[in-house]
Design a binder for this molecule. Structure first.
Ligand SMILES: Cc1ncc(COP(=O)(O)O)c(C=O)c1O
Length: 473
């Protein structure tokens, strides 16, 4: 689906009334959900006594309570009550080979059996992992491993400042870059400013300039205005658009960011935490054919194993980590982390990416997503009274039912609209979950190379069920 059509369809949804499930239907769904998930419920009650909110992970809070998982296998998840799900959460994107991928897990298990965990010193796997990343993303010359996507962003911003000697950074609203102090602004819904920035001193955000998505003029103005205020060190982008493409980018956007960065002596940082090795084997930079100066990578590097993040890019830029010639400000960008680049993580990285390459995982996952998106849209066409639609960027499927993240903040009832639309989307997600299909936050589906005809059939059945529950107008 083309950019203009996606934007128009999202607008149609946010400007038309919602289609809530009848209250008695929601009650019945909650009852059905709970009856088959008593162990999860029990664990949630117990968790509330010792864990904040009774749940730690951002992606876990399903309605009416979070599900405790037992294990994953291929494209399936199994919860602690033994319920099976066709998984499209994929751990928040990193799983593209499939869960519990034996060739990878066996390498890790063997290493632990024979060599134990990590030593705190370097290992050959750092080099193997780095070479594998370079092979798949040819714009990358040097790599520094860190421990998460958020850390990779923090490191990239520091590197950019040392390299350019400039101070400001540009962040696009609706883009997500983890939880670092300088980037938690304009989250989720573009235009919401510091709504999610509690606990962050305003000074930490003083050098962050925000620009609305696809605002070409606003972006140029940000660069111009910054000329008198310390200049732009870097413009940071989710190349496929905020929230993994929920706020899609204009086809010319990335090229324009590149142009302005060149014009103003700034660095373009492409956040490939989601898109890396998923949007294409070579990530968003290959998909959009735009060459960033710095790339941030995260969870997909280690394919579900922990301590995963990296900042990577041009040699002369990364060299500022060591001080010396590349450092315009004459200093060294300090980045550290005890568990960064540990042998187990880098081993997981090396083999995971090698298998992604060898199995052609990005292509296979994308082919399935194409098919599912098309079938979903055909199904939605059977209900012309509903404005639902789906689009995909390779193996990332975005579906819009209530389009809660696309509400225009200038509306006087914007906050209420977002909350209400989110609530309704959660009840839709509940119906789908009850039929054994797990999606991300009621708006997204990531596919892996193992999703097959059975998965397709079960997924469409679940959606058909949901549509049958929404009263016709
Ligand atoms: C685009 C993007 N950048 C950065 C991050 C932060 O990564 P992490 O959760 O590993 O800190 C995420 C997490 O989902 C992300 O989607």
């Amino acid at each position: 689906m083309e950019y203009e059509e996606i934007i128009q369809r999202k607008k149609n949804i946010t400007e038309s009334p919602v289609h809530p499930l009848p209250e008695e239907t929601v009650h019945r769904l909650v009852k059905e959900f709970t009856q088959c998930r008593m162990r999860s419920k029990q664990l949630y009650e117990e968790a509330k006594t010792c864990l904040t909110e009774g749940v730690q992970h951002n992606l876990s809070p399903t309605f009416p309570f979070p599900l405790a998982m037992d294990h994953g296998e291929g494209y399936k998840l199994y919860d602690v009550d033994g319920n099976e799900y066709i998984d499209y959460l994929m751990c928040g994107a990193p799983i593209i080979l499939g869960h519990h991928f034996k060739p990878l897990d066996e390498k890790i298990a063997e290493h632990i059996r024979t060599k134990g965990p990590t030593t705190g010193l370097t290992s050959e796997y750092e080099i193997l992992a780095a070479k594998q990343i370079k092979k798949m993303m040819p714009t990358i010359e040097k790599i520094r491993f860190v421990q998460s996507g958020s850390e990779a962003i923090m490191a990239a911003l520091r590197i950019a400042r040392v390299k350019t000697g400039h101070r400001k950074i540009i962040k696009i609203d609706g883009n997500y870059h983890g939880w670092g102090d300088q980037t938690v602004i304009g989250l989720h819904v573009p235009g919401t400013g510091m709504m999610m920035s509690a606990g962050i001193p305003p000074e930490c955000l003083a050098n962050t300039i925000t620009v609305m998505p696809n605002d070409f003029q606003g972006l140029r103005k940000a660069f111009i205005d910054a000329e008198q205020q310390g200049k732009v060190a870097a413009c940071l982008v989710e190349a496929n658009g905020g929230e993994a493409g929920t706020h899609p980018v204009h086809p010319e956007w990335n090229r324009y960011v590149r142009e302005l960065c060149d014009e103003y002596g700034s660095l373009m940082i492409m956040d490939e935490v989601i898109t890396g090795f998923r949007l294409a084997k070579g990530g968003a930079q290959e998909y959009y054919n735009v060459k960033p100066d710095l790339v941030t990578l995260g969870k997909i590097l280690m394919h579900g194993y922990p301590s995963c993040g990296a900042v990577a890019g041009r040699s002369d830029v990364l060299e500022v980590l060591a001080g010396g010639e590349g450092s315009a400000a004459g200093s060294h960008a300090f980045v550290a982390g005890t568990m960064a680049a540990n042998a187990l993580s880098t081993m997981a990285c090396y083999y995971a990416l090698k298998y992604v390459d060898e199995y052609n995982a990005s292509e296979k996952a994308a082919a399935y997503a194409e098919k599912l998106t098309s079938k979903l849209n055909s199904l939605f066409e059977t209900r012309p009274d509903l404005p639902f639609f789906a689009y995909n960027q390779r193996s990332i499927i975005i579906y819009d039912t209530t389009a809660f993240f696309s509400v225009d903040v200038r509306r006087p009832d914007a906050l209420m609209q977002v909350m209400n639309r989110m609530k309704i989307a959660k009840t839709y997600q509940l119906a789908i979950l009850n039929k054994g299909v797990m999606t991300l936050a009621g708006s997204r589906m990531y596919t892996c190379m193992q999703h097959d005809e059975y998965a397709l059939e079960k997924t469409l059945e679940a959606w058909e069920y949901l549509l049958s529950l929404i009263p016709k107008k």
